[in-house]
Structures are given as structure tokens and as C-alpha cells.
Design a protein around this ligand. Structure first.
Ligand code: G6P
Length: 580
């Protein structure tokens, strides 16, 4: 994973790089580092968040430079430590890396035999060693040779201490070239450079960009590549907190408006959405919350009479799947860059099966490579725990399902959603009260059946990822085959009950745990007698999850707040998982 940024221009780079890293922190945050260059290379690294690096930089005499590279890390090879933090330097070459080199061990042994000395266990240092080994006066040539030896994924920003230049290259991991006035940037994400420019160029696989203060050239295998300059519509406001204490809360509160926008865009223009009725089989694939959105989609499309399977991408990519004719594979991903989901997509594309991307980030790998794509238009999502993107993924799945089987009640209800969401989100006092009763617990369970089970999985994930409370979700009927033995006096059990067809069954299962001491929290669309309950409006079945999940997001937020957790950047996680 990790985030990288590089700068070359008239300004001093340190502030630009630090501010940029803060915007990239969602990509990993166990250590960070910066390298500045002016005749000599100055490297500063620190463990932990970017603020630690910033403090260190503020207390260091910096060289006067106009070229710099920086990195925020999510450890893959080598524990999080200052020495393993990027940038890494061998000989003339200093670089930062996002990705993972699978043949690092062999390359390292080979280089060691040739006399190259290494200081760390990182795969990144091996790349620096390799480029330096090939460097005989022409850096671009050395990079070209080195990347031919690399197996895996990389986005690299590279400095050679013999030149006032910046180099960059990518394969699998994202990297864009930002075009400013007499200054250039390379970065994993446009959000990191928005204060300076919204103009950017997408770099293709193994295209090497050489940057000087006044110019840039992109080359692949010695041939110049011309790529269009694009303009991002993202604004600085999208990346600011706008008065909220956390991005997670800001993003949850954006849900009503974003839902309204998408509804308005599609409800009378269903022809803008792909027609799924022509497929006999649908496979839905994603990771984390995107997978749970997929599980909701599975329930929707099955009700439409289509055979559906849903799997996590890390499993799907390695399964032996014999695709039937008329199969569509739907890839759900906020970032459009999740390594396993990309691999799953390429597996289906390789088998000539139609693929549909449901993604947030335009021009991301998944968006570009799928046969069809629908953007969820969530705007920038910064909190590591996804909230608004999940809701919009579900909304798109719901609209796709409605397109297969249309009825008037759906149209009536979908128009009410934004207002209903707003009312639900405004009940913060109640969510805080529930959070007060939850935050000291060490185990929380969620139960539901069918679509309610899918909802419960997302509720449970949200709670555990931001509050670090152990939480699990179970099919309500399965609980008594083992997990019920964990239920004791006071155990909190959330029951999700929105599906009328199986309401009574889930309620019976809830009663089973209550009679063993559990404290229930009911989330459903029919008012009940339980003390702790979130009663959501009754809407069309295909829309019900869009109202059931936001209260669970709110509760997770307030529990994490009570426990003093780092809500937007939970430990060990990263927003964009670009490694396997
Ligand atoms: C990470 C994030 C999750 C996200 C998952 C899939 O684990 O922390 O919030 O659901 O990746 O990411 P994607 O960008 O593919 O939706």
C-alpha cells in the first residue's frame, strides 16, 4: 500500500511534501519519510504518523532544495521502524515505493553476490540497489533495466544524486504526474497536490517519466509516449473536514445529498445503467465492505430470478471457475485499486466474461479495465472505514435490480430516501446513548438472515474496525450451532430485521439469546417492545439496507469516540489495499 509524492519546481519542497503526505495518510501510516536533494541528499524518517515526521523536520536544519520525494508507509516487507521507513538509498539512487516486489529475495541475493550492501529487510531497498547497480551514467536506462527484473507492483519516485531531475515509473500501483506552473509532482493520488494543481497525466504501465523544473518526458522502451493532460473535478473542499471532528462523521453526513444526486441522475434515465436481465449468472466480487455491499446485491438479484454468487476477491481470484455463458462479473470497489479485486477482474476479463465495475474513483484501474462501469459519485472518501461509498454502492446495486424488475412503489420510496436518511442521521443523541452502553464491552454480536445478514456483516465490520471491540456477525439461524455458547449475561446482540419474509424467524432467534442473558439492540422497520431499538422507515425491500446501515455507522463512530480511538485512521488498516 503506502502513499508517495515527489516534487520538482521553484519552491522548497518540504511543506508541499508534508501537506501531501497528510492527504495520503489514508494509504498507510506506520512510518513516514522524506528526501530532499540539492547536490546532496538529506533523508529524514520517523515512526508513526506524519505529524511525527513534521515535528522532526521542524527541528532539523534542512538543505535548501527544489527537489524532494516523500512516503507514508503500510509495512509489507520488514516491521514498521525508522530504518525500514522510506526513502531508501543505495549508492546514487534514493527512492520511495508503493507496492510489493515478489522476487525481492532472489534479486537481493543476486545483488549481494555482486557486492551490493543492504541495510534493511525491505523489498524497496532492493529496487534502489538494482537501479544503482545498472546505473552507468544514464538513470533512465538503469530504471528501464531494473524494472524488467522486478516481479510485483510498484510506483516509484526516484532521485539520482548526480542530477537535478526526478524520475517516476509505475506498474500495478497507481501514480499520476501533476502539472503545475513551473513545477511538477508525482503522487499516488491527485488529492495530495490539489492546493497546487488539478491538472494531471495518467502514467501507463512501465512508462518512465523524467522530470526537470521546466519539462517532462514520458518514455517506454526508448519511445516517447504522449498522454493527454486531464483535469480533476475534485476540489480542496472535498478533502477538508468542513467543521467536523472526523472525516468519518463528515462522510456519513454527506449520505443524504449524495443519495439524492444519484437518484436524480438515474431514476428517470435507467438506460444509463447496464441491463443485467440479459445475464443468467452474476458473480459479485469485492473486499471488505465492498464485499458486504455485494452480499446485499446477491440478495437483490436473486429476488430478480438471477443465479448469483458473491465472493471475496482474495478467494475468487484463485478459484477454478468454469464460467457459464451469459455470466457477468461485478467488481465492487471504492478505490478501484484494490489488488485482489483487480486480479479477480483480470481473471474474468481473461476468460472473455463481461465485467461491470461499481467504483468511486474515476479512471482507476478497475474502472478503466472493466467492460462496463458505473461510478457511485461519492466524492473523495478519506476516513479509512468506508461509509458513504458503501451506501452508494448499495444504491447502485438496488437501481440495477430495479431496472430488471420495475414497480411503482420503488419509485415512490426512493424519492423519500434522502429526507429519511437525514432524519435518521440527526438522531445522534440516541446513537451516543447506545454507544455509552456498548463501549465497555469486549464482544458484540450481530445477527440477521438473508439480506439482513449482509447488513449485519457491515454493521459488525464498522464497529470492530474503528472501535477495536471484537465483533462478529452470524446468520441468525446458525447461532445455535456454536456461537450461542459465547452469549452470557449482558452480551450485546444487534438484530437486523428488515425483511418481512423472515422477520418472525429472526425475532425467534433473538429471543433465544435474550433468554440466555443477551442484551438486544433491535434494528428494524417494525416497532417492537425492546428497550434499545432503532426503528427505521418501512420502504421498498430493495431500498431497506440504505436506511438500516447508516445508524450502525453512527453507533460505530460514537463507540470509537468513547474509547478514544483514532477514528479516521484505525490501527493496522489502510484505505486502499494495493497489495495481496
Ligand atoms: C480496505 C478498507 C475497507 C474497504 C476495502 C476494499 O480494507 O479499509 O473500508 O472496504 O479495503 O476497498 P475498495 O477500495 O476496493 O472498496
Amino acid at each position: 500500500m503506502c502513499g508517495i509524492i515527489g516534487y520538482i519546481g521553484d519552491k522548497r519542497p518540504e511543506k508541499i511534501l508534508i501537506e501531501g503526505l497528510k492527504k495520503l495518510e489514508y494509504r498507510g501510516y506506520d512510518s513516514a519519510g522524506i528526501a530532499l536533494f540539492n547536490n546532496e541528499v538529506q533523508i529524514i524518517k520517523s515512526l508513526g504518523k506524519i505529524s511525527n515526521l513534521e515535528d522532526k523536520i521542524n527541528n532539523t536544519d534542512l538543505i535548501d532544495s527544489n527537489i524532494g520525494i516523500a512516503h507514508t508507509r503500510w509495512a509489507t516487507h520488514g516491521e514498521p521502524s525508522e530504518v525500514n521507513a522510506h526513502p531508501h538509498r543505495i549508492g546514487h539512487i534514493t527512492l520511495v515505493h508503493n507496492g510489493i516486489i515478489e522476487n525481492a529475495k532472489e534479486l537481493k541475493e543476486d545483488l549481494q553476490e555482486k557486492g551490493v550492501k543492504f541495510n534493511t529487510n525491505t523489498d524497496t531497498e532492493v529496487i534502489a540497489g538494482l537501479i544503482d547497480y545498472y546505473y552507468k551514467g544514464n538513470t533512465k536506462e538503469a530504471i528501464e533495466k531494473a524494472i524488467k527484473d522486478l516481479k510485483g507492483s510498484y510506483a516509484l519516485a526516484i532521485i539520482n544524486d548526480e542530477e537535478d531531475k526526478l524520475y517516476a515509473v509505475r506498474c500495478e500501483s497507481p501514480l499520476i504526474l501533476g502539472i503545475g506552473d513551473n513545477e511538477y509532482f508525482v503522487t499516488s493520488d491527485i488529492g495530495a497536490i490539489l492546493p497546487y494543481t488539478n491538472k494531471y497525466v495518467l502514467l501507463g504501465k512501465d512508462e518512465i517519466v523524467t522530470l526537470t523544473k521546466n519539462d517532462y518526458v514520458i518514455e517506454k522502451d526508448d519511445i516517447k509516449v504522449y498522454r493527454e493532460v486531464e483535469e480533476s473535478t475534485l476540489t480542496l473542499e472535498d478533502t477538508s473536514l468542513n467543521g467536523y471532528d472526523h472525516y468519518m462523521m463528515k462522510e456519513i453526513n454527506e449520505e443524504p445529498v449524495l443519495v439524492d444526486n444519484l437518484v436524480k441522475k438515474y431514476i428517470n434515465n435507467l438506460d444509463k445503467l447496464p441491463d443485467l436481465s440479459k445475464y443468467k449468472n452474476i458473480h459479485i466480487v469485492g473486499c471488505g465492505s465492498a464485499y458486504y455491499a455485494g452480499m446485499i446485491g446477491k440478495n437483490l438479484f436473486e429476488d430478480d430470478g438471477i443465479k448469483v454468487e458473491c465472493d471475496v476477491a482474495s478467494e475468487y481470484r484463485y478459484r477454478n471457475i468454469v464460467y457459464d455463458k451469459d455470466t457477468l462479473v461485478i467488481l465492487i470497489s471504492q478505490s478501484g485499486e484494490t489488488a485482489d479485486t483487480i486480479a479477480a477482474m483480470r481473471k474474468a476479463n481473461g476468460d472473455q466474461v463481461d465485467t461491470l465495475a461499481i467504483v468511486n474513483v474515476e479512471s482507476s484501474t478497475i474502472e478503466r479495465e472493466c467492460t462496463y462501469s458505473v461510478l457511485i459519485e461519492a466524492g473523495k472518501e478519506i476516513a479509512v472505514a468506508t461509509t458513504k461509498a458503501f451506501i452508494l454502492q448499495v444504491l447502485i446495486l438496488s437501481l440495477l435490480s430495479y431496472k430488471i424488475n420495475q414497480d411503482d412503489k420503488y419509485i415512490e420510496d426512493i424519492k423519500k430516501l434522502p429526507q429519511q436518511l437525514k432524519v435518521l442521521l440527526d438522531k445522534t443523541g440516541y446513537y451516543k446513548k447506545l454507544a455509552d452502553s456498548i463501549y465497555k464491552h469486549e464482544d458484540v454480536f450481530f445477527i440477521g438472515r438473508k439480506i439482513d445478514y449482509a447488513i449485519s456483516m457491515e454493521g459488525s465490520l464498522k464497529l470492530k474496525e474503528v472501535s477495536y471491540i471484537h465483533s462478529d456477525s452470524y446468520q441468525a439461524g446458525e447461532l445455535k450451532h456454536g456461537t450461542i455458547s459465547l452469549v452470557k449475561e449482558g452480551t450485546i446482540v444487534f438484530a437486523i430485521v428488515t425483511d418481512d419474509e423472515i422477520r418472525d424467524k429472526t425475532i425467534s432467534n433473538l429471543e433465544e439469546v435474550i433468554s440466555r442473558g443477551a442484551k438486544p439492540i433491535y434494528v428494524g422497520n417494525v416497532d417492537v417492545d425492546y428497550e434499545d431499538k432503532i426503528v427505521i422507515p418501512r420502504v421498498h425491500k430493495k431500498l431497506q439496507p440504505i436506511l438500516a446501515v447508516p445508524p450502525l455507522q453512527m453507533i460505530a463512530y460514537f463507540v470509537a469516540l468513547k474509547r478514544g480511538c483514532d477514528i479516521d485512521k484505525p490501527k493496522n488498516l489502510a484505505k486502499s489495499v494495493t497489495v495481496e
